[in-house]
Design a protein around this ligand. Sequence first.
Ligand SMILES: Nc1ncnc2c1ncn2[C@@H]1O[C@H](COP(=O)(O)OP(=O)(O)OP(=O)(O)O)[C@@H](O)[C@H]1O
Ligand SMILES: [Mg+2]
Length: 488
Amino acid sequence: MTALGKLFRTTTFKLTLVYLTVFALFAAFLLGYFALNTRRLITEQITDTVDAEITGLSEQYRLGGIRRLVIVVDARARRPGSSLYLVTTFAGEALAGNVTALQSGILDSPGWTETAYRRLDETEAPEHTDHPERPEHHALARVFQLPGGFHLLVGRDLDERERLYHIILGAGRWSIAIVLVLGLAGGLFVTRRVLRRVDAMTETSRSIMAGDLGERLPVAGTGDELDRLAENLNVMLERIEALMHGLKEVSDNIAHDLKTPLTRLRNRTEQALRTGKSESEYRAALESNIEESDNLIATFNALLMIARAESGQACSDMVEFDAADIANDIGELYEPLAEEKGIALKVEAAEAAPVKGNRELVSQALANLVDNAIKYAEPHDLLDSGQPVNGATAAVPEIVVRAQSDGDRILLTVSDSGPGIPEADRSRVVERFVRLEQSRSKPGSGLGLSLASAVARLHGGELTLEDNHPGLKSIIALPRGGPVQSAG
Ligand SMILES: Nc1ncnc2c1ncn2[C@@H]1O[C@H](COP(=O)(O)OP(=O)(O)OP(=O)(O)O)[C@@H](O)[C@H]1O
Ligand SMILES: [Mg+2]
């Protein structure tokens, strides 16, 4: 399509054409009405004047007969101006007046008539025209029959009326032409501006479609409808880019981090098949396979749960619940495990802590924090026996699980007194599959904190890791739900 063709097809240009047509029709109607009415008004004025003169002249005739009338008419006919007079005998012989060359038969029909004529004083210079006898002017005249067969004609030249009429018509034509030209030029100008912006947007969306998700639609900053559209589309692109990024990360992670355990599983099975001799050896290999598979399943579940939390899909299962209940439940669930490792697990959740959210996900997030605390804060000087070395009854390490309200937030805190996480690593460990070097010896896939963080974000809250001097303090902050309690 040519550039001009594109221009003519735009909505803006079509709207311009519609408005222009309506406006031009209106202007034509207005000017036509004005011209016709002016003409009618002038005609009315002429008839009034002529009527008045005829009344005056018949009065003269009544007073002084044809002699007096001829003198008066003769005097008036000599005055310059557009008034026309003629007095004739019954045979049509002119007695006085300033017109000649009337159309034939005019004098025989009394009343109003429009006729061609020549002024008497003009016929004196016939050499100026090619056809001296041809009547040149038009007049509106009234013929009056006087007693005795005399005819009286009084009229006015119509040239002035026609000139005015044509001036108005001419002005009308010009103004409509100017309206059309200016309107079209304005329409083209506006259309081209709009088209240029739409073209820029089209260009950008093409390069986005070609794979450059980082591109954004241009915003002119005028706050008009195109800007609003571009801004909204940009927000949408932002979201799409984040989702694509997440998707890519998940698939990369799966490719890298699940490949190792799967390869290990395969190699161990192959090894057992190749070297296994007794039933107990096969059994041991199968058992380790089951363990490895369980880990894989757990990793998959964690990944799916993170994806669910990050896509916002879990928003549909939001319910009101008390976070203090969750803290108590998790405490109960993990107490045996903690005890087994020689750790004291304390729960501080006396007050109600209302939250609106996905109960299952929040429980899982808190469980992940407690699991980490037990796993990484296990005292180093405890051996597998679970008894203190040197028989010392040193202070038992403690984990505190707390649910409390803090203004319009609910905080779920897990504090331990283990090695903690160095400041520099705190932002890194919440990423998927990130595990610190010193904890490689412990089982895990590095997804626990990612899930806790994704769950917090899903609820409009956040996960923060702080120093517990010594140890780690992990806090899930969630917006308070339910009836807001008065402060204090
Ligand atoms: N309480 C803690 N004390 C010290 N280090 C911690 C603690 N919690 C987490 N970490 C460190 O952060 C890393 C990431 O924790 P995360 O819970 O995400 O993964 P994981 O515990 O290794 O595996 P998973 O939770 O998936 O079984 C851990 O590997 C560990 O290095
Ligand atoms: Mg963990």
